[in-house]
Design a protein around this ligand. Structure first.
Ligand SMILES: NC(=O)c1ccc[n+]([C@@H]2O[C@H](COP(=O)([O-])OP(=O)(O)OC[C@H]3O[C@@H](n4cnc5c(N)ncnc54)[C@H](OP(=O)(O)O)[C@@H]3O)[C@@H](O)[C@H]2O)c1
Length: 238
């Protein structure tokens, strides 16, 4: 059984890739960071170094693959700022990576699953796709689109035995904010065990995958116990 995981060099994707490898899948790990890919290779995973916003490179990287599982996980957060202050390039890059590459990847892989009559496609969405967050309008827009796409795709694929799951992630302790916030602010955000860990998301994914074929988990929300669902705000610790 073969699994493709995007964004496998870091955070949630890395944990998922390792968990699937541990579960016996032949994992094809996608990412850009060469050192991180080399580490995964040393652990027995196969890798593809590709910038997902480069469609030609993505098509070449997928050549010859026939995945049973696709985890559309890679994503980035554009600069946190009011929408009016973002540049066209910042907007385009976020849409290209968070949405465009997800559609392209799925378009390339899903027809094979449909023809074979089995498969499972996961999307790492976000609470930001289901609730507004200030200064994150474009990120929210891309994640809302991913959520809508996942739910509609599920209707297309279900008759062909292909399952589709949207992972609605709340705050997970990863490198997502590393270029956006100073180290002290990031540490404060994750202090006090208030963030989900990447391996928690991976555990959920492998549990969903292991369910019988007649069970399709359309979406699961995974967020810190202290994170309020609607706003993403942290409740005050006692
Ligand atoms: N952390 C959270 O709180 C949180 C909450 C909700 C949803 N999410 C979502 O979870 C997913 C994984 O993020 P993370 O939190 O694990 O952050 P992360 O540690 O920063 O990982 C992001 C991954 O995406 C890859 N990526 C980004 N841009 C890429 C590009 N242009 N081409 C190829 N790969 C690219 C990165 O690979 P390279 O570095 O090798 O390029 C990296 O492996 C994202 O879709 C994110 O939006 C995260």
């Amino acid at each position: 059984m073969q699994a493709i995981v995007t964004g496998a060099t870091s955070g949630i994707g890395r944990a998922i890739a390792l968990a699937l490898h541990g579960a016996g899948y032949e994992v094809i790990a996608f990412g850009r960071q060469k050192d991180a890919l080399a580490e995964l290779q040393a652990l027995g995973l196969k890798t593809r170094a590709v910038d997902l916003s480069d469609r030609a490179a993505l098509a070449a990287a997928l050549d010859g693959l026939a995945a049973d599982v696709l985890v559309n996980n890679a994503g980035m957060m554009p600069r946190m700022a009011p929408f009016c202050d973002l540049s066209d390039d910042e907007i385009d890059q976020a849409v290209a990576v968070n949405l465009g590459s997800v559609l392209a990847m799925t378009r390339a892989v899903a027809p094979g699953m449909r023809a074979r009559g089995q498969g499972h496609i996961f999307f790492t969405g976000s609470t930001a796709g289901h609730a507004p967050f200030a200064n994150l309008s474009v990120y929210c827009a891309t994640k809302a689109a991913v959520g809508g796409f996942a739910q509609a795709l599920r209707l297309d694929m279900a008759p062909h035995g292909v399952r589709v799951t949207e992972i609605v992630a709340g705050r997970v302790e990863t490198s997502l904010y590393k270029d956006l916030l100073p180290e002290a602010a990031r540490a404060a955000m994750y202090a006090g065990n208030s963030a989900v860990q990447p391996h928690d998301v991976a555990s959920m994914l492998t549990a969903v995958l292991a369910l019988p074929q007649y069970v399709d988990v359309a979406r699961f929300d995974i967020l810190p116990t202290h994170q309020a669902t609607a706003t993403g705000a942290q409740k005050k610790d006692k």
